[in-house]
Ligand binder design. Structure first.
Ligand code: CDM
Ligand code: ATP
Length: 289
């Protein structure tokens, strides 16, 4: 028996940090959605009572450090499951990119094992478990468009944003999320209009959504990595409707209505940036088979 699960990348349409909490995490408010760039997981039952990870990507650990491993272990331990699985991860999302690739793999593992082991857990129950693995995992379990609050685990689903093309570009370096949060100066934040972003998404107002893209973590990552600003500038010059860094970076995305413009941005970045993708926004509940 096996199940297949898609694990899509996320982008943050807005990301605000409200304050630092006593537990050293930051209280945040984000509007997030998923894009059509996804890892593919094949989860197969094996005869031994253990979790095996298979991945050909040299940046992805194939042991207990893998977030998919941690998700499987958490589910096994929480529900006393004495069965084993092999989790094969076809890695298409760039690693340490600000696209929540690892978190999405963990979420896909929770969804997949819920089916494989017929656990009957609801999305909310899986999302609650996911929060124990990482702040982005609950959102990834929902696998839709949503507002995320708390440290990222308090999810309110939203309708899909207005349809558009998304061009993603990841510079070569990876960025440590922890270090970006640590360096953020909370006194000088220009807070994005989260409420306005939510309204724009709900109304299907594409221009409103473009005008309200905002990510306070750019304050840290942009000055540290000039390549990120260069990509933003290049995308704007090539006709993007709006441009923003995703998560803690370094991936930058642009939104465009016209496919021809998306192609123009893609072509303008090739040779200058190794990993560039033109994808669609998802944000609907996906058929995961
Ligand atoms: C930047 C985002 O990706 C935006 O979606 C998330 O906020 C980060 O989500 P994540 O990578 O799943 O984060 P975690 O693995 O839970 O935390 C990594 C580190 O980021 C910092 N962190 C994370 C989330 C949060 N609300 N406040 C924080 O300060 C903490 O130092 C933590 O040790
Ligand atoms: N399944 C996985 N896929 C990718 N990286 C993983 C995975 N499991 C563990 N990791 C580790 O997690 C680190 C961060 O990877 P990931 O691609 O999830 O970062 P990210 O996209 O910046 O995450 P976020 O946007 O949530 O901050 C990697 O350097 C890698 O060592």
């Amino acid at each position: 028996m096996y199940v297949l699960e898609k694990a899509p990348a996320k982008i943050n349409l807005s990301l605000d940090v409200l304050y630092k909490r006593a537990d050293n995490f930051h209280e945040i408010e984000m509007v997030m959605t998923t894009v059509d760039l996804a890892d593919r997981l094949e989860i197969t039952e094996i005869n031994e009572n253990r979790i095996k990870i298979e991945s050909e990507n040299r940046f992805v650990p194939n042991d207990e450090r893998n977030l998919a491993y941690r998700a499987a272990k958490l589910l096994k331990d929480s529900y006393g499951i004495r069965r084993g699985v092999n989790i094969k991860i076809e890695k298409l999302i760039p690693v340490a990119a600000g696209l929540a690739g690892g978190s999405s793999d963990a979420a896909a593992t929770l969804r997949g094992l819920n089916r494989l082991w017929s656990l009957g857990l609801s999305t909310r129950e899986l999302a609650k478990l996911g929060a124990k693995i990482g702040s982005d995992v609950s959102f990834c379990v929902h696998n839709t468009t949503a507002i995320a609050r708390g440290r990222g685990e308090v999810i309110t689903e939203l309708p899909a944003p207005p349809a558009c093309w998304v061009v993603l570009a990841k510079p070569t370096m990876g960025v440590s999320t922890k270090s970006v949060y640590q360096q953020l100066n909370l006194d000088s934040i220009a807070h994005p209009d989260t409420e306005g972003m939510v309204r724009s998404v709900m109304l299907g107002d594409y221009d409103g959504m473009c005008n309200r893209l905002g990510n306070v973590l750019e304050d840290v990552t942009l000055p540290s990595y000039p390549e990120v600003q260069q990509i933003k500038t290049q995308m704007s010059l090539s006709g993007a409707d709006a441009v923003l860094m995703s998560g803690s970076g370094p991936t930058v995305f642009s939104l465009v209505k016209q496919e021809s413009r998306a192609d123009r941005i893609y072509n303008s970045l090739r040779g200058f940036c190794d990993e560039v993708y033109v994808v669609r926004m998802l944000g609907y509940h996906q058929s995961l088979d």
